[in-house]
Design a protein around this ligand. Structure first.
Ligand code: GLN
Length: 484
């Protein structure tokens, strides 16, 4: 059962070959077996999962209409608020936070009759590329438990790759869906900014954050996005456009496909095995009739620097509310108001979060704002312009998702700059607000997955899924499974 895709699990239930209860039991058993090693989850409530699955079965038995995800388990990154269920964002400061409401994405999942199987581990406040920055311990890569699963949505990616859940939801501010998807050998998509509501998502950098799907196949990712996307007046940046039925078109190849290959994505720092796998994937597209065109994203060398100013700036502002008074952990030490703020924050936030708050506060301060924050916004505009020009010559931009495959736990934890470089190919997409997808395109000799990244024009998720499916249909990387 745990090898089935969400699409297959839906069909099995419709044919009377499996119940939601049986599906839930199978994944709960898988979680019990694998969690001691993987540590992908922060919270699994078996009784709640069972009663939810039973509810869906009862609905089916009564002949009531069922949602798109009826009886399908979905794991959710612990940065999305779940009513009555502890939501920590991977931080000590929210250790005891029980939200009084659901995030929009959670409401959508429940409305489609999904079974929420648990909350997944993550880098604290989604800051990181390895899930080592969680206050609750590191998650491991199912392909090699000595390695990181990527981050910040590493728990969601590991849960899907490790057959603990067929689907998972993550968030991507600078690569946190695509990068762990690549390093765990699964499909992950960051939708266009505004496609999925951020209501109930604990904010990291509000102008960059997007919620999106993880799955083992392109079709399953399309199914999950279809369920969570859509307008929500509670998020003023949520876009009021109809959600296409992605699953209806995903198997239609794109005729006359033009693939933009930016030379900036194949420069220094790119691992040779990753490059070879990505070039082979481009060849496969050519074999299917696609045309490769050279495009240039001349400002992409500055994207990472701009990102690491804009994201910390917004984070420093968003995280001001966690002070032990308004929200979050309050120090037990006796102190006046200001000291209570600073002691609570010193105790509640981890090192990386503190570093980001300091950088963010610095680049926003008077005297430095023009030199850093405003300059970074100017670069951001140029990065977006590069894509506008590139998309005049191509339908999709392709390249590697990450410069290397998964690295060993601990290898970069003392070197923030080395860690930040993991995002060198993913951050431009967030700065420009575009949709991006990563799908498996091979393995290193050491047996670690490699990801191919597809970037498209705004709101062209439908086409990205179709293009991704063209490659998936011709290859079997997505069928490989980690040894357990
Ligand atoms: N790794 C990047 C960072 O640390 C991106 C994180 C994310 O997308 N949430 O900021």
């Amino acid at each position: 059962m745990i090898e089935k895709t969400a699409t297959e699990l839906l069909a099995m239930q419709a044919a009377g070959q499996a119940s939601a209860a049986e599906i839930a039991e199978a994944f709960l058993a898988s979680i019990r077996q694998r969690e001691p090693q993987l540590q992908a989850f922060l919270h699994v409530d078996e009784a709640a999962v069972r009663s939810r699955a039973a509810q869906v079965d009862a609905k089916r038995a009564a002949g009531q209409p069922l949602g798109k995800l009826a009886g399908v388990p979905v794991a959710v990154k612990d940065v999305l608020c779940t009513k009555g269920v502890r939501t920590t964002a991977g931080s000590r400061i929210l250790e005891n936070f029980v939200p009084p409401y659901h995030a929009h994405a959670i409401e959508r999942l429940l409305a489609e009759d999904a079974v929420l199987i648990g909350k997944t581990n993550m880098d604290e406040f989604a800051m990181g590329s390895s899930t080592e920055n969680s206050a609750y311990g590191a998650t491991r890569n199912p392909w090699n438990p000595e390695c990181i699963p990527g981050g910040s949505s590493g728990g969601s990616a590991a849960a899907v790759a490790g057959r603990e859940s067929p689907l998972a939801v993550g968030t991507d501010t600078g690569g946190s869906i695509r990068q762990p998807a690549a390093l765990c050998g699964i499909v992950g998509m960051k939708p266009t900014y505004g496609r999925v509501s951020r209501y109930g998502l604990i904010a990291f950098a509000s102008s960059l954050d997007q919620v999106g799907p993880f799955a083992r196949t392109v079709e399953d990712a399309a199914l999950l996005l279809e369920a969570i996307a859509g307008h929500d007046p509670r998020d003023s940046t949520s876009v009021n456009r109809p959600v296409p039925a992605y699953t209806q078109t995903v198997n239609q190849p794109v005729d006359g496909l033009r693939i933009g290959v930016p030379k900036e994505f194949f420069g220094e720092g790119l691992d040779a095995e990753v490059e070879a796998a990505v070039r082979a994937a481009l060849k496969e597209y050519e074999k299917q009739g696609a045309k490769l065109v050279d495009v240039s994203l001349p400002h992409s060398p500055y994207a990472l620097a701009a990102y690491y100013i804009v994201a910390p700036a917004e984070a420093s502002s968003n995280l001001a509310r966690f002070d032990g008074m308004h929200y979050g952990h309050r120090t037990k030490q006796k102190a006046d108001l200001i000291a209570t703020y600073s002691k609570s924050r010193a105790e509640g936030f981890g090192k990386e979060v503190q570093r980001r708050i300091m950088i963010g506060t610095y680049v926003l301060s008077s005297g430095y704002k023009d030199a850093y924050y405003v300059k970074a916004l100017q670069v951001r505009r140029l990065v977006k312009q590069d894509f506008d020009i590139a998309f005049e010559a191509c339908d999709v931009v392709m390249g590697p998702t990450t410069p290397t495959a998964a690295f060993p736990i601990g290898a970069k934890s003392d070197d923030p700059l080395a860690m930040y470089l993991s995002d060198v190919y993913t951050v431009s997409c967030n700065l420009a607000g575009l949709p991006g997808l990563s799908l498996p395109c091979g393995f290193t000799r050491a047996g670690l997955p490699i990801g191919l990244q597809l970037l498209g024009p705004a709101f062209e998720e439908e086409k990205l899924f179709r293009i991704a499916r063209m490659y998936e249909a011709a290859t079997d990387w997505h069928m490989k499974r980690p040894a357990f």
